[in-house]
Design a protein around this ligand. Structure first.
Ligand SMILES: [Zn+2]
Length: 417
């Protein structure tokens, strides 16, 4: 630092889980120690006024390539995952890189206004769209690099062996800039192919020294048992802590003994679990006679076992899910309902699912307010997580690398005082 000036001071920031407000300082995109002159040494000062602050909301599971395609596809009549995938085929054939990038940029900007500072996006890799979804999201990442960070997962939604050509495309996607190896092992013709699908992901991950993040058993069918294979392979390959499993809806339908065994394997393998309450409340359980399942994985049992559980938006206005705006308070609010998490400590845990827990999932060593961490900060117009979730409170300031990138203040006029 030269002449003890800093770019930004945030005064009266009450960081979540800290008792008292304090001042934070950013220089060169990172948090730094207080300069000798305090806030007077800052180019710009923001008064957080004792409001709740987090060092960025994180979106660990979103599909930026498919976001907002509902404007020009037919509605999903059955409301199922299978029909959603089919609807996208026709649209995907007509994809252009520019159009994907434009939708992804819009989606990123919307989420940033709600306080998301870092994303992990899956992009479809298959014989229909080729690498265009990846190229579109890479382009969007470039265009939004001053307001957000984006990790990209190469996601073989159509299967790897079921869809001819995807095997080679997965390798090419990693060469072309994808950060993580994805998967959808249940979407193969046979159990053997599901196992080969997972094995190939580890082979590619080893070659690129990359982490893995798969869509796992996103079905009501309790015979979908690829999570077990993923956990065993994670340990066999020494990839503990580097693997994430999203959705895992079938885990909710397993009989107790098997479910407990799989949860134990997931814990031992250090697999990060992501729950996607918006999409899966909408898609799952439709075929059940009453009582219908809630559609999400065993959140409480996983947490009790010591597994890291975060949550993500997944879909925004696509055939899988008609709503969504990338608001972490909306997603965690849904998670709280879907997982019966209503007690004070459970609400704190839910709030952690798109902050601290998501940072562990995404492997973010520079997340937090300590000097040296990336100077991302979200000021929330609330005193605590309960109030933030109750009101889906305004994010009054969203700061990315020490620069204010969005401000929101909702104004209301009433007939009473
Ligand atoms: Zn997904």
């Amino acid at each position: 630092m030269t002449d003890d000036r800093v770019d930004l001071a945030i005064t009266g920031a009450r960081l979540w889980r800290e008792d008292a407000p304090r001042d934070l300082f950013a220089q060169g995109g990172r948090f730094v120690d207080a300069p000798p002159g305090g806030a007077a040494a800052a180019e710009r000062t923001i008064d957080a006024g004792g409001r709740l602050c987090v060092t960025g909301f994180l979106e660990p599971h979103i599909h930026l390539d498919k976001a907002q395609i509902n404007d020009d596809v037919r509605p999903n009549a059955s409301g199922t995952l299978d029909e959603a995938i089919e609807i996208i085929w026709a649209r995907k054939r007509a994809y252009t890189v520019d159009e994907i990038a434009a939708r992804a940029v819009r989606t990123i900007r919307s989420a940033v206004t709600h306080g998301v500072t870092r994303f992990r996006s899956h992009v479809d890799v298959d014989s229909i769209g080729g690498l265009r979804p990846l190229e579109g999201v890479l382009e969007a990442r470039e265009r939004t690099r001053d307001i957000a960070d984006v990790q990209i997962v190469a996601f073989p939604q159509e299967g790897i062996f079921k869809d001819k050509g995807t095997h080679d495309l997965m390798w090419k996607a990693m060469e072309a800039g994808a950060d993580l190896v994805g998967g959808m092992p249940f979407n193969e013709e046979t159990r053997e192919d599901s196992a080969r699908h997972i094995a190939l992901a580890f082979e590619i991950a080893a070659h690129h020294d990359a982490d893995i993040d798969m869509h796992v058993d996103e079905t009501d069918d309790p015979e979908a048992r690829t999570l077990e294979i993923l956990a065993e392979q994670t340990m066999a390959q020494g990839w503990q802590g580097r693997v994430t499993a999203g959705h895992t809806c079938a885990l909710a339908g397993y009989e107790e003994d098997y479910a407990n065994r799989v949860i134990g394997l997931v814990r031992d393998a250090g697999i990060h679990m992501i729950v996607n309450p918006a999409t899966n409340l909408m898609l799952q359980g439709r075929g059940d006679a009453q009582p219908k399942r809630r559609g999400i994985t065993r959140v409480k049992e996983l947490l009790e076992a010591g597994v890291n559980v975060s949550c993500g938006q997944d879909c925004i206005r696509d055939p899988f899910y008609p709503f969504g705006r990338g608001d972490p308070l909306e997603v965690t609010f849904l998670a709280s309902h879907a997982a019966h998490m209503s007690r004070p400590h459970e609400i704190e845990t839910v709030f952690d699912m798109q902050t601290g827990a998501a940072a562990r999932t995404m492997g973010l060593a520079d997340y937090g307010a300590a000097p040296g961490c990336v100077a991302d900060l979200v000021v929330i117009d609330a005193a605590d997580p309960l109030q933030a979730l109750t009101r889906r409170a305004d994010r009054t300031h969203v700061i990315k690398r020490g620069r204010v990138v969005a401000e929101t203040v909702t104004q209301r006029r009433t007939a009473w005082a």
